[in-house]
Write a protein that binds this ligand. Structure first.
Ligand code: MTE
Length: 335
């Protein structure tokens, strides 16, 4: 009998595994110091014993979304060029190899557990240093902002990467609607907090809710989008339904999922990973092969589906578009 084929997702690269485990171990240690052994033990057990309780629906059962044709004023290709080695990552890998700690720490757990997230109804508050604060229902966002397909590379801080066809709209278009005032220097994002729907929040591996932030010029950059779909359909829960941030030149952890609040702020906001370990995960988190993570190199990465590693590109290959945002900054200091 012939051996069954080995799926790319079943092949584990040892270096990558070491990085993932190292990040997990770090989290476990962190949780111990923050919360004490008893709370920590209960929390992690709670995470790992809920495996498979509410499997997320398959992508094929989610509503189809259509993208508006790219406008001639802003043709897509110059905004987001892909390289010859940037084949799309398979739907299977994009939707089953995830980081979404609200649903568990292992890569397969978000797809197994995120069925408990209720994404309708959903609304996003946009407030802070703005003249016209507003709460948008998901339907309001769909009606107000035509979706564009953006095929971006995504580079995780753990040194693996994917190429994902997102459906989304520029964050700048949403910010323009609420009229930021002159004090608005940063944009802060918050994920839903609900330990009933998000069982991972019952443990304190991170300071929940998950938060992220951008400088306002980064937020207004045309590459920065709010994604509501991928591969032609609504976002699967495990990928951050119903709406998540995508900033392709930064490490994947900046791409906060299942957003309920966007606040314009005068001061740099607190962000989840930076709060957990500020020496390891900077506020900027621009992909940078020259600045190692304290526990692993960022010089190369494994594209999910490939066996060999490849060099990591500055700003994840988007330097031409975004390097100007950081001119004069010491990127080793502001990592
Ligand atoms: N957002 C929330 N709320 N919680 C998370 O754990 N993980 C981040 C980011 N957004 C995370 C999150 C990390 S570390 C990465 S690499 C990306 O989501 C992964 O996105 P994907 O699972 O869609 O590939």
């Amino acid at each position: 009998m012939k051996d069954p084929p080995i799926l790319p997702s079943e092949i584990t690269d040892e270096a990558e595994m070491a990085q993932h485990q190292s990040r997990r171990k770090f989290l476990k240690r962190g949780a111990l110091t923050v919360a004490g052994a008893a709370a920590f033990g209960g929390g992690l057990l709670a995470i790992s014993s809920k495996r498979g309780t509410a499997k997320a629906p398959a992508l094929s059962s989610l509503p189809e979304l259509s993208a508006a044709p790219p406008s001639s004023a802003a043709p897509l290709a110059p905004i987001a060029p892909l390289g010859p080695r940037d084949a799309l990552t398979s739907v299977e890998d994009v939707t089953t190899y995830n980081n979404f700690y609200e649903f568990g720490l292992d890569k397969d757990e978000p797809a197994e557990n995120a069925g408990s997230l209720k994404v309708t109804p959903w609304s996003v508050v946009v407030d802070g240093e703005v003249d016209s604060p507003r709460t948008f229902g998901i339907e309001d966002l769909m009606a107000a902002f035509p979706l564009e397909e953006r095929i971006y590379r995504m580079r995780c801080v753990e040194a693996w990467s994917m190429v994902i066809p997102w459906l989304g709209f520029p964050l700048a278009a949403l910010l323009a609607k609420v009229k930021p005032n002159s004090r608005a220097k940063y944009v802060a994002f918050t994920t839903l907090q609900d330990p009933v729907q998000m069982p991972g929040q019952r443990s304190n591996v991170l300071d929940w809710p998950y938060t992220e932030g951008l400088r306002i010029d980064e937020a207004n950059h045309p590459l920065t989008i709010l994604a509501m779909g991928l591969y032609g359909r609504a976002l699967p829960n495990q990928n951050g339904a119903p709406i998540r941030l995508v900033v392709p030149w930064k490490y994947g952890f900046k791409g906060i999922k299942s957003i309920v609040k966007i606040s314009l702020t005068e001061h740099q906001p607190k962000t989840a990973w930076n709060t957990a370990a500020k020496g390891e995960y900077g506020f900027y988190a621009n992909v940078n092969p020259d600045v190692s993570h304290p526990r692993w190199s960022q010089a190369s990465e494994r594209r999910i589906g490939d066996l060999a590693r490849r060099p990591t590109l500055p700003f994840n290959g988007y330097a031409e578009q975004v390097a100007g945002l950081y001119s004069g900054m010491d990127l080793a200091k502001f990592f």
